[in-house]
Design a protein around this ligand. Structure first.
Ligand code: DX5
Ligand code: ZN
Length: 210
Protein backbone atom coordinates (compact mmCIF):
# COMPACT_ATOMS: atom_id res chain seq x y z
CA UNK A 1 0.00 0.00 0.00
CA UNK A 2 1.49 3.34 -1.03
CA UNK A 3 1.76 5.98 1.70
CA UNK A 4 1.47 9.64 0.67
CA UNK A 5 3.45 12.25 2.60
CA UNK A 6 2.79 15.78 1.28
CA UNK A 7 5.71 18.18 1.78
CA UNK A 8 4.53 21.40 3.43
CA UNK A 9 7.54 23.15 1.89
CA UNK A 10 5.30 23.49 -1.18
CA UNK A 11 2.40 25.00 0.79
CA UNK A 12 1.64 28.73 1.04
CA UNK A 13 3.74 29.81 4.07
CA UNK A 14 0.92 32.11 5.14
CA UNK A 15 -1.59 29.21 5.10
CA UNK A 16 0.19 26.27 6.74
CA UNK A 17 -2.84 25.38 8.86
CA UNK A 18 -5.04 25.19 5.77
CA UNK A 19 -2.38 23.04 4.08
CA UNK A 20 -2.26 20.60 7.00
CA UNK A 21 -6.07 20.41 7.05
CA UNK A 22 -6.12 19.76 3.30
CA UNK A 23 -3.66 16.87 3.74
CA UNK A 24 -5.66 15.34 6.59
CA UNK A 25 -8.99 15.78 4.76
CA UNK A 26 -7.38 14.05 1.74
CA UNK A 27 -6.50 11.14 4.04
CA UNK A 28 -2.77 11.51 3.47
CA UNK A 29 -0.73 9.12 5.61
CA UNK A 30 1.93 11.53 6.85
CA UNK A 31 3.01 15.17 6.63
CA UNK A 32 6.52 15.67 5.30
CA UNK A 33 8.31 18.40 7.24
CA UNK A 34 11.45 19.65 5.45
CA UNK A 35 13.99 21.24 7.79
CA UNK A 36 16.87 23.16 6.19
CA UNK A 37 19.79 25.02 7.77
CA UNK A 38 21.27 27.03 4.89
CA UNK A 39 24.51 24.98 5.22
CA UNK A 40 23.77 21.38 4.29
CA UNK A 41 21.42 22.80 1.63
CA UNK A 42 21.31 26.39 0.28
CA UNK A 43 17.88 27.13 1.75
CA UNK A 44 16.10 27.71 5.06
CA UNK A 45 12.67 26.43 6.06
CA UNK A 46 10.90 25.48 9.31
CA UNK A 47 11.90 24.95 12.96
CA UNK A 48 10.60 22.86 15.88
CA UNK A 49 8.22 25.63 16.97
CA UNK A 50 6.27 25.32 13.72
CA UNK A 51 6.15 21.54 14.08
CA UNK A 52 4.91 21.85 17.67
CA UNK A 53 2.10 24.20 16.64
CA UNK A 54 1.06 21.91 13.79
CA UNK A 55 1.14 18.77 15.92
CA UNK A 56 -1.05 20.44 18.56
CA UNK A 57 -3.58 21.44 15.93
CA UNK A 58 -3.42 18.47 13.53
CA UNK A 59 -3.00 14.92 14.74
CA UNK A 60 -1.17 13.01 12.00
CA UNK A 61 2.21 11.33 11.42
CA UNK A 62 4.98 13.93 11.19
CA UNK A 63 7.73 12.75 8.84
CA UNK A 64 10.62 15.09 9.66
CA UNK A 65 13.40 15.33 7.07
CA UNK A 66 16.48 16.98 8.58
CA UNK A 67 18.67 18.58 5.92
CA UNK A 68 21.11 19.84 8.55
CA UNK A 69 24.88 19.69 8.93
CA UNK A 70 24.56 18.90 12.65
CA UNK A 71 21.29 16.97 13.01
CA UNK A 72 22.36 15.46 16.34
CA UNK A 73 21.94 18.91 17.96
CA UNK A 74 18.26 19.02 16.92
CA UNK A 75 16.95 15.49 17.53
CA UNK A 76 15.69 16.29 21.04
CA UNK A 77 13.89 19.49 20.00
CA UNK A 78 12.13 17.87 17.03
CA UNK A 79 11.25 14.80 19.10
CA UNK A 80 9.84 17.04 21.86
CA UNK A 81 7.95 19.08 19.22
CA UNK A 82 6.08 15.96 18.09
CA UNK A 83 8.04 14.24 15.30
CA UNK A 84 7.02 10.63 14.66
CA UNK A 85 9.73 9.84 12.12
CA UNK A 86 13.06 11.65 11.94
CA UNK A 87 15.36 11.16 8.97
CA UNK A 88 18.95 12.36 8.78
CA UNK A 89 21.31 12.40 5.83
CA UNK A 90 24.10 9.83 5.39
CA UNK A 91 26.32 12.62 4.03
CA UNK A 92 26.75 14.30 7.44
CA UNK A 93 29.45 13.37 9.96
CA UNK A 94 28.59 10.68 12.49
CA UNK A 95 25.01 10.28 11.25
CA UNK A 96 24.75 7.07 13.26
CA UNK A 97 24.84 9.06 16.50
CA UNK A 98 21.72 10.85 15.31
CA UNK A 99 20.06 7.53 14.44
CA UNK A 100 20.79 6.24 17.94
CA UNK A 101 19.39 9.44 19.48
CA UNK A 102 16.18 9.14 17.40
CA UNK A 103 15.71 5.54 18.49
CA UNK A 104 16.34 6.52 22.13
CA UNK A 105 13.23 8.71 21.77
CA UNK A 106 11.34 5.57 20.58
CA UNK A 107 10.73 7.28 17.23
CA UNK A 108 11.09 5.79 13.76
CA UNK A 109 14.58 6.45 12.40
CA UNK A 110 15.40 7.07 8.76
CA UNK A 111 18.55 7.67 6.74
CA UNK A 112 18.39 9.83 3.60
CA UNK A 113 20.63 9.54 0.55
CA UNK A 114 21.29 12.36 -1.89
CA UNK A 115 20.95 11.27 -5.54
CA UNK A 116 24.70 10.64 -5.96
CA UNK A 117 25.21 8.80 -2.65
CA UNK A 118 25.26 5.01 -3.18
CA UNK A 119 23.33 2.49 -1.09
CA UNK A 120 26.66 0.91 -0.11
CA UNK A 121 27.23 3.83 2.31
CA UNK A 122 24.38 2.62 4.53
CA UNK A 123 24.29 -1.09 3.71
CA UNK A 124 25.62 -2.23 7.09
CA UNK A 125 23.14 -0.05 8.98
CA UNK A 126 19.92 -1.18 7.29
CA UNK A 127 19.07 -3.41 10.23
CA UNK A 128 19.05 -0.38 12.56
CA UNK A 129 16.57 1.80 10.71
CA UNK A 130 12.87 1.88 9.85
CA UNK A 131 13.13 3.92 6.65
CA UNK A 132 15.46 4.88 3.81
CA UNK A 133 14.67 8.21 2.14
CA UNK A 134 15.92 8.33 -1.44
CA UNK A 135 16.26 11.92 -2.67
CA UNK A 136 15.02 11.95 -6.25
CA UNK A 137 16.20 15.56 -6.61
CA UNK A 138 19.15 17.47 -5.17
CA UNK A 139 17.85 18.50 -1.71
CA UNK A 140 17.04 22.12 -0.92
CA UNK A 141 14.09 23.08 -3.08
CA UNK A 142 10.71 21.80 -4.19
CA UNK A 143 9.44 21.85 -7.76
CA UNK A 144 12.45 20.13 -9.37
CA UNK A 145 12.49 17.28 -11.92
CA UNK A 146 12.79 13.68 -10.70
CA UNK A 147 16.15 11.95 -11.33
CA UNK A 148 15.10 8.50 -12.66
CA UNK A 149 18.43 6.73 -11.99
CA UNK A 150 17.64 6.86 -8.25
CA UNK A 151 15.05 4.13 -8.80
CA UNK A 152 17.90 1.60 -9.11
CA UNK A 153 18.73 2.27 -5.46
CA UNK A 154 15.23 1.20 -4.41
CA UNK A 155 15.61 -2.05 -6.36
CA UNK A 156 19.03 -2.57 -4.77
CA UNK A 157 17.65 -2.02 -1.26
CA UNK A 158 14.86 -4.53 -1.84
CA UNK A 159 17.35 -7.04 -3.32
CA UNK A 160 19.41 -6.64 -0.12
CA UNK A 161 16.29 -7.73 1.77
CA UNK A 162 15.48 -4.33 3.26
CA UNK A 163 11.79 -4.57 4.21
CA UNK A 164 11.36 -1.21 5.89
CA UNK A 165 9.84 1.88 4.29
CA UNK A 166 11.55 3.19 1.18
CA UNK A 167 10.55 6.82 0.72
CA UNK A 168 11.18 8.85 -2.44
CA UNK A 169 11.37 12.61 -2.20
CA UNK A 170 11.41 15.21 -4.94
CA UNK A 171 9.80 15.69 -8.34
CA UNK A 172 7.12 13.05 -7.78
CA UNK A 173 3.73 13.42 -9.46
CA UNK A 174 0.75 11.49 -10.83
CA UNK A 175 2.68 10.53 -13.97
CA UNK A 176 5.76 8.97 -12.35
CA UNK A 177 4.35 7.65 -9.05
CA UNK A 178 3.59 4.17 -10.46
CA UNK A 179 7.17 3.74 -11.73
CA UNK A 180 8.44 4.44 -8.21
CA UNK A 181 6.00 1.91 -6.72
CA UNK A 182 7.14 -0.73 -9.24
CA UNK A 183 10.74 -0.16 -8.06
CA UNK A 184 9.74 -1.05 -4.49
CA UNK A 185 9.17 2.47 -3.11
CA UNK A 186 6.19 2.58 -0.74
CA UNK A 187 6.24 6.16 0.64
CA UNK A 188 5.88 9.06 -1.78
CA UNK A 189 6.69 12.64 -0.81
CA UNK A 190 4.78 15.08 -2.97
CA UNK A 191 4.91 18.83 -2.47
CA UNK A 192 4.18 20.65 -5.72
CA UNK A 193 2.06 17.82 -7.17
CA UNK A 194 -0.20 17.55 -4.11
CA UNK A 195 -0.64 21.19 -3.11
CA UNK A 196 -0.82 22.21 -6.78
CA UNK A 197 -3.52 19.65 -7.62
CA UNK A 198 -6.98 20.97 -8.64
CA UNK A 199 -8.52 18.24 -6.48
CA UNK A 200 -5.99 17.14 -3.80
CA UNK A 201 -8.41 14.61 -2.29
CA UNK A 202 -9.08 12.99 -5.66
CA UNK A 203 -5.35 13.08 -6.40
CA UNK A 204 -4.57 11.35 -3.07
CA UNK A 205 -7.23 8.69 -3.76
CA UNK A 206 -5.56 7.91 -7.12
CA UNK A 207 -2.12 7.68 -5.48
CA UNK A 208 -3.47 5.27 -2.85
CA UNK A 209 -4.76 3.00 -5.60
CA UNK A 210 -1.33 2.56 -7.21
C1 DX5 B 1 13.59 19.04 -1.15
C2 DX5 B 1 12.63 18.41 -0.16
C3 DX5 B 1 11.45 17.76 -0.81
C4 DX5 B 1 10.66 18.71 -1.67
C5 DX5 B 1 9.65 17.95 -2.49
O1 DX5 B 1 14.83 19.22 -0.53
O2 DX5 B 1 13.28 17.43 0.59
O3 DX5 B 1 10.60 17.21 0.18
O4 DX5 B 1 10.00 19.64 -0.84
O5 DX5 B 1 8.99 18.87 -3.26
P1 DX5 B 1 8.34 18.55 -4.69
O6 DX5 B 1 7.40 17.40 -4.45
O7 DX5 B 1 7.67 19.84 -5.00
O8 DX5 B 1 9.44 18.20 -5.63
ZN1 ZN C 1 12.04 16.23 2.03
Amino acid sequence: MIKLSPSILAADPLRLAQAAKLALDAKCDELHFDVMDGHFVPNLSFGPHTLKAMKQAFDTVYDVHLMLDNPECFIDSFADAGADIITVHAEVNEFLKSVEKIKAHQLQAGIALKPKTPVSVIRTYLGLIDRVLLMTVEPGFGGQKLIPSVLDKAKELRSLGFDGDIEADGGINGQNAHILAEAGINVLVMGTAFFGADDPTGFAQKVHLI
